[in-house]
Design a protein around this ligand. Structure first.
Ligand code: ADP
Ligand code: MG
Length: 262
């Protein structure tokens, strides 16, 4: 991998355009989009249907390439990577969560969650333990051997989140991850995301139609007609860090002076 800046943002989208060509017709989906998402942020992308949100996520997730402009993930310019390197980056750095959960129906929760570790060559016994632990962390310790059809929508999305997190990605991207869930389950899933973001420092980029969801994030990037319409910072990331420090167990301070005598 090439040289990276000392502390690059988690994601940088710089002057990105994307034109889909269908037959002889060009569809400009993105017309010059720029924004950054800092490491440890929980960010949302909002905008009307067809505005280019999924296109942006596909570019950040290294699933597609821009027509022009550059996308950086952890300071790495994705344009510089060949297909093999892109696949490696997807596997190592990015977790994906989708509206329709995208679980494999014939596999149990544990088997679904361990999938990303198979391509890494993690031995089965270790995969199983890690997947079970991850499922416990998302509150599904009692559903390890259930298949997706035996789970509610919210539970299926928890499995998908566990699968996205198992390979310890630096960024998780979610395309309408709560789009198929009722409002109560939506908030449960969002609380889980907030918790993972705070406790593990994982950067999340969520596309959502739900303003209640967007308002729980640090940064809202609003997209319209393939352009950034506005960007709002709702919560500074450092204020969250401070909150976290406030509740984190205090590390004993270095002794100031050595006690003399006894
Ligand atoms: P959103 O996720 O905001 O609904 P998309 O990023 O899916 O929007 O799509 C943005 C625009 O690009 C839309 O006009 C859509 O029809 C078009 N588009 C998306 N994917 C393709 C594709 N594979 N081929 C042609 N046009 C596409
Ligand atoms: Mg979309």
């Amino acid at each position: 991998m090439q040289k990276t800046a000392a502390n690059p943002p988690a994601v940088e989208v710089a002057n990105v355009t994307k034109i889909y060509r269908v037959g002889h017709t060009d569809y400009p989906a993105l017309r010059g989009v720029s924004f950054k998402i800092e490491k440890g942020e929980l960010a949302s992308i909002v905008g009307p249907s067809g505005s280019g949100k999924s296109t942006i996520l596909n570019l950040i997730g290294a699933l597609d390439r821009p027509t022009a402009g550059n996308v950086f993930v952890d300071g790495i310019n994705l344009r510089k990577l060949n297909e093999d390197r892109l696949a490696l980056l997807r596997n190592r750095k990015i977790g994906f969560v989708y509206q329709s959960f995208n679980l494999i129906q014939r596999l149990t929760s544990v088997e679904n969650v361990e999938m990303p570790l198979i391509s890494r060559g993690t031995p089965e016994r270790i995969r199983r333990v890690k997947a079970a632990n991850m499922l416990k962390m998302v509150g599904l310790g009692n559903k390890l051997n259930k298949k997706p059809t035996e789970l509610s929508g919210g539970e299926q999305q928890r499995v998908a989140i566990a699968r996205a997190l198992i390979a310890e990605p630096s960024i998780v991207i979610g395309d309408e991850p709560t789009g198929n869930l009722d409002s109560k389950t939506t908030m449960e899933i969002l609380n889980l995301v907030v918790q993972m973001n705070k406790n593990k420092g994982i950067t999340f980029v969520l596309v959502t139609h739900n303003m209640e969801v967007a308002e729980m994030t640090h940064r809202i990037v609003s997209i319209r007609d393939g352009l950034v319409e506005k960007e709002q910072i709702l919560h500074r990331i450092d204020s969250f860090t401070n909150e976290m420090n406030a509740v984190a167990p205090q590390v004993p301070a270095e002794p100031q002076t050595r006690k003399s005598g006894a």
